[in-house]
Design a protein around this ligand. Structure first.
Ligand SMILES: Cc1cc2nc3c(=O)[nH]c(=O)nc-3n(C[C@H](O)[C@H](O)[C@H](O)COP(=O)(O)O)c2cc1C
Length: 249
């Protein structure tokens, strides 16, 4: 079978540990469930990803590609390219829980994606924004504690995905209903003996990740098979534009 439906998983843990295990569980489940699915793993570990400075350079530059519109020199362009060139059918973002949210690596990765959306607002940019409207997206998180903020972290991921125009999915199994609720939620200290691989003891957490993998895969396949429906827009003048016009008249 020709594997035409591509899912990219991004793991933001700075170490090779529980989050990577959880993400790979989801990606494996996606491939096992549907023969047409192929998956790729992107690790942010040891990659330098600076926070967005809001310097606005991406609004003015004319670089060689959209991911190079951001002026910051680090590894972000390399790790984001699989999400843009070409746009995948599915995306799964996985983060360790830090202070009840995603870690700063994931946050910086997401912030920098603002440059990808700038073509919507600045017509002089010589590239189109990536069209994620047929991309299914899910989130995974691992915390030390059972209730350490996994849901907040996953919701941060889903908010980002929705803002970028993706089709966000949760983790709902046709037999069990909502398993991880918002996504794949797992914990490290399940047995009281924690370590980099102890998430392997969290059977329900691993199950919730597999559900996300299958859900993203199934939604990605459905979106890929759906007919092309043209986007309908309208001529819109923002209040700021009308104000400026008024001032100049
Ligand atoms: C700076 C920092 C903040 C953390 N905050 C939380 C937290 O709020 N809730 C929680 O359950 N675990 C927290 N943890 C623990 C990690 O989420 C946990 O160890 C996780 O398994 C790490 O994933 P990894 O093995 O993939 O690196 C924190 C860890 C660090 C380093």
């Amino acid at each position: 079978m020709d594997k035409k439906i591509r899912i990219v998983g991004v793991c933001s843990s700075p170490r090779r540990g529980n989050t990577e295990i959880l993400l790979k569980e989801a990606l494996r489940a996606a491939e096992a469930a549907y023969p047409e699915i192929s998956t790729e793993f992107v690790g942010l570990r040891a990659k330098e990803i600076k926070a967005c400075y809001d310097c606005k350079a991406c609004e003015r530059r004319k670089a060689d590609s959209l991911v190079e519109q951001c002026v910051l020199k680090d590894d972000w362009a390399e790790v984001v390219r699989p999400l843009v060139d070409p746009v995948p059918n599915g995306i799964i973002l996985a983060s360790p829980v830090y202070f009840s949210d995603v870690n700063s690596h994931m946050r910086a990765f997401m912030e920098r994606c603002t440059s990808l959306a700038k073509p919507y607002w600045f017509s002089q940019i010589p590239f189109s924004a990536p069209d994620f409207s047929r991309t299914a997206a899910g989130g995974l998180a691992v915390g030390f504690h059972r209730h350490g903020g996994q849901e907040s972290a996953i919701l941060s991921i889903l908010r980002f995905c929705v803002i970028m125009g993706m089709v966000g999915v949760g983790s709902s199994d046709p037999v069990h209903g909502p398993v991880g609720y918002y996504g794949g939620a797992a914990w490290e200290d399940v047995t009281g003996v924690s370590g980099r691989e102890s998430v392997k003891e969290d059977a329900w957490g691993l199950f919730s990740a597999r559900v996300v993998g299958r859900k993203v895969a199934r939604t990605a396949i459905m979106l890929a098979k759906a007919p092309q429906v043209p986007a309908v827009s309208e001529a819109y003048v923002s209040p700021m534009e009308s104000y400026r016009k008024e001032q100049n008249d």
